[in-house]
Design a protein around this ligand. Structure first.
Ligand SMILES: Cc1ncc(COP(=O)(O)O)c(C=O)c1O
Length: 585
């Protein structure tokens, strides 16, 4: 490895493209090999004195094969250091978990769904105070910062899957003015198109699974730092102690993938632009979401901020809605129907079908990851798929971001002020957990909010919502959260715990989750131990634990002091998605 000072100064004079092609120009000092060896050893020899002459002790902490890929990526991102992780999510969550409980975190409203899901399920229980904000609007970012409490601003640009653009220099200036760190998920742009650290960002995060590796055969993540400060040491320590590290073979494949990064990203960006322009004229497509098109709201910032292209990712909205979109995805022959992005092969995906019913992505949206195939073959494939699908009579072109944020219709100033306060702070978290909350009524300064979907989505936040709404809208004196329109039915006055629990389930929980085709059954209530079985909807899926522990359990405990435990006895192993009704699949 050329880690010497001389090597570093040669590097400084070379372009990133040259450094990537040669993976920093490494020549193995032992064998003279141009291709670096893979160091598979998990452990390193100690000297007779107990010291580690190589400076290494155990591969969970470090390994020469990681070092090589890390140094290459740090160089490409203009960073001072890099740590590889087991996946993009492991890298992202290492950053969040290096914060402390109580820290306020601003997170872009549009971002990779998996990170939003983790924040909603675990970030909040870790103690983070997560607030979603429109990072494409620097004024909104400035307004959302709580001086002394906000510790991190997290964003993507272009942001998945509608490719909103954030002006990095502008938000970094605002954030740094309040001592807030900025972390940018640069998975989609890659250092080929955007180098956030050069624009002031403190951390860059990657799903290296995507463009960096580029061949759909490695799961890996990375965090790059602008400086080696104590927060960076905490992230390193998290990786070492949590064991969230990648394997040496994956690290080796990653350095190999990065050698062709520039060629791949440029080629897929060129093809994506060609396709975006062509599809923009297509009558079967109502909207093309691609920052390379002048019609995209972030185009002028992208044109200034991104160098050499607008990425290989674009989304299209299909005339006729979700059914037509699914039919187009079903009809392609060259695009592969699969999740992920940034590989050599082009992928197509109805994003909402992956994210599930809580997704705020429109059902008619297809996300395209453009690979390295001939552009004319890809275009012909899409043309044929669009032609094969029956076209509805009069498709209206919606505004570009319409339907993405799911804003409520306001019928009064107070209603819209309350809804705006909710949208600023909690709506995205509730949606990510499978619920929804809207203003049902405002009268005599009392606001009634109607919660639908999973009770586990809204209940944990219910206590905070009143304070939040009253702080934001001083005219509000009281906030009530109800789970069905009108007043809840009264609970029978009886010692029989089963009867009381059944009454709450039947009158409050089950009507609220009926829209998700959910049902919660009481199995028994003996000696204060309530046993529940989840029999449908999202409650049969991975949110079950959240739903029961944070939702139904809290509701029941708040009502009945004689409850000792609430236990989920659902047989989650009974088959694949056993509680999904056929229509829901
Ligand atoms: C922008 C972005 N960040 C992070 C991730 C998570 O990466 P991984 O799947 O490697 O955990 C993804 C995955 O799709 C992504 O698209």
């Amino acid at each position: 490895m050329t880690t010497s000072e001389e090597g570093r100064s040669v590097r400084r004079s070379l372009s990133p493209e040259t450094l990537a092609a040669q993976a920093l120009g490494a020549v193995d000092p032992v064998s003279g090999a141009l291709v670096p060896p893979i160091h598979l050893s998990t452990t390193y020899e100690r000297g007779p004195d107990g010291a580690y002459p190589s400076g290494r002790a155990y591969t969970r902490a470090d390994n020469p094969t990681y070092d090589h890929a890390e140094e290459l990526l740090a160089t490409l991102e203009a960073g001072a250091g890099c740590s590889l992780f087991a996946s993009g999510n492991a890298a992202a969550t290492a950053v969040f978990q290096s914060l402390l409980p109580g820290d306020h975190v601003l997170v872009a409203r549009v971002l990779y769904w998996g990170i939003r899901k983790w924040l909603a399920e675990f970030g909040v229980s870790w103690g983070l105070d997560v607030e979603f904000v429109d990072t494409a609007d620097p004024v909104a970012v400035a307004a959302a910062i709580r001086p002394g409490r906000t510790r991190l601003l997290w964003l993507e640009t272009p942001a998945n899957p509608t490719w909103e653009i954030t002006d990095l220099a502008a938000v970094v200036k605002i954030a740094h003015g309040a001592d807030v760190r900025v972390a940018v998920d640069n998975t989609v742009a890659t250092p080929v198109l955007t180098r956030p650290i050069e624009l002031g960002a403190d951390l860059v995060v990657h799903s290296a699974t995507k463009y960096l590796n580029g061949h759909s055969d490695v799961l890996a993540g990375a965090v790059v730092t602008a400086r080696r400060d104590p927060f960076w040491e905490r992230i390193r320590s998290w990786r070492r102690n949590a064991g969230a590290v990648v394997g040496p073979f994956e690290a080796w494949l990653l350095q190999r993938g990065m050698r062709t990064l520039f060629l791949r990203v440029r080629r897929s960006s060129e093809t994506a632009l060609t396709l975006a322009r062509h599809l923009d004229e297509h009558p079967g497509v109502t909207t093309v979401l691609y920052p390379g098109l002048p019609s995209h709201p972030g185009h002028s910032i992208a044109a200034r901020q991104m160098t050499g292209g607008f990425s290989g990712m674009l989304s299209i909205r299909i005339a006729g809605g979700e059914e037509q979109a699914m039919a187009v995805a079903a009809a392609v022959r060259i695009f592969k129907r699969a999740t992920s992005l940034g590989g050599v092969e082009s992928l197509i995906e109805a994003r909402r079908s992956v994210e599930g019913p809580s997704s705020s992505v429109p059902g008619d949206l297809l996300r395209l990851s453009i690979g390295l195939e001939a552009p004319e073959d890809l275009m012909a494939d899409l043309e044929a798929a669009l032609a094969a699908v029956r076209r509805p009579a009069t498709p209206d072109r919606p505004r570009i971001a319409e339907g993405i944020t799911g804003a409520a219709t306001a019928d009064s100033d107070l209603t819209s002020a309350v809804q705006a306060a909710l949208d600023r702070s909690v709506t995205a978290t509730i949606i990510a957990r499978g619920g929804a909350l809207r203003v049902a009524d405002v009268g005599d300064s009392v606001v009634t909010l109607l919660a639908t979907g999973s009770p586990g989505a809204t209940l944990p936040a219910a206590g905070a919502i009143e304070g939040l709404v009253r702080a934001a809208v001083p005219e509000v004196a009281r906030v009530r959260v109800v789970w069905q329109a009108g007043e809840p039915a009264s609970v029978p006055a009886t010692d029989d715990l089963a009867a009381r629990v059944r009454s709450v389930l039947d009158n409050e929980v089950n009507p609220a989750i009926a829209a998700h085709r959910g049902h919660v059954a009481l199995v028994g209530a003996v000696d204060g131990r309530v046993q529940l079985r989840l029999e449908g909807g999202c409650q049969g899926c991975s949110l079950a634990e959240v739903t029961v522990r944070q939702g139904i359990e809290r509701l029941l405990r708040a009502r009945f002091g004689d409850i000792v435990a609430v236990v989920d006895v659902t047989d989650h192993e009974a088959g694949s998605d056993p509680f999904y009704t056929p229509e829901k699949r």
